[in-house]
Design a protein around this ligand. Structure first.
Ligand code: B1M
Length: 221
């Protein structure tokens, strides 16, 4: 199988949620010298986009979405060490979680992997993270940045609830707040008072670095 065939098969098998085959193909791609980024951005992510489109059209239902998501997560487990292995110095501590009421975690995990690759120490609180849990974790770990992911229009309002909880605990000025997730926009991020927003994992890394740099500069003047 050549690289193009592997990419096509990865796309097709993720779409139908064939986890074992997706794993095999991911390993085969690596053996053939394909980069993790190529497999991610040219096959796995586009396939999940198609899963979402089919779900919207009513051609796919939750079980199909679930097995496709699982197949993607299996491939991510293999790719994680390769994506994260850049040997970069610690860029800062990033506390991350998917907001309360939301179980989506593939996008969040991908952001985590990219952050780790860029040298961040990432603390992942998982999914369905309540505002109080974010507060306690910020008090405990004192991160440079806290990141809230939301993937549903119905869970995006949790950003505001989290911001209010931070404010109430006197933590708002002590941590940079970033938000993201498929339905989130810069406008929405501004409206809830977040410091930063990013549309995808690599933009999240760039934005986090920028915000930390700005804060360090501001602290010295
Ligand atoms: Co659901 N789901 N889902 N789902 N699901 C979406 C999100 C949806 C868009 C599908 C659709 O209709 N087209 C839709 C949301 C519509 C909306 O509200 N706008 C939807 C729905 C409706 C639902 C349910 C309500 C379905 C139901 O039960 N009727 C239900 C909700 C459950 C809940 O959370 N309470 C549900 C359930 C599920 C599964 C459990 C079956 C499964 C999740 C598996 C898992 O995550 N472990 C699932 C899946 C797989 C999807 C799709 C198909 C794929 C999501 C994904 O992993 N994308 C999704 C459709 C789609 O997005 N195309 C869909 C790939 C990922 C790499 O991209 O998540 O966007 P993304 O992450 C990006 C960016 O958003 C960004 O970087 C990431 C990497 O580049 N980013 C950040 C993420 N976090 C960030 C944080 C940052 C910065 C950037 O700073 C802090």
């Amino acid at each position: 199988m050549g690289p193009d065939e592997i990419l096509k098969a990865l796309y097709d098998e993720t779409l139908v949620g064939n986890g074992p085959r997706v794993l095999e193909l991911t390993n085969l791609g690596l053996e053939q010298g394909m980069t993790p980024e190529t497999m991610l951005f040219d096959a796995l992510i586009p396939s999940l986009e198609e899963v979402g489109a089919r779900f919207e059209r009513g051609d796919f239902f939750v079980p199909e979405m679930l097995i496709a998501g699982k197949a993607m997560s299996g491939a991510l487990d293999v790719l994680r060490p390769l994506l994260a292995d850049t040997g970069a110095e610690t860029a800062g501590t990033f506390l991350m979680g998917t907001v309360k009421g939301d179980v989506h975690d593939i996008g969040k995990n991908l952001v985590n992997i990219m952050l780790e690759g860029a040298g961040f120490h990432v603390i992942d609180l998982g999914v369905q993270v309540a505002p109080e849990k974010f507060v306690t974790a910020i008090q405990e770990h004192k991160p440079d940045v806290v990141g809230f992911s939301a993937f549903l229009t119905t869970t995006m309002p949790m950003f505001k609830a989290n911001m209010n909880a931070l404010q109430k605990a006197g933590l708002r000025d002590q941590v940079i707040v970033m938000v993201g997730g498929a339905p989130v926009t810069q406008e929405y991020a501004d409206a809830v008072g977040a410091d930063g927003y990013a549309a995808d994992a690599s933009a999240a890394v760039k934005r986090a670095k920028e915000l930390i740099r700005q804060r360090r500069v501001a602290a010295t003047v």
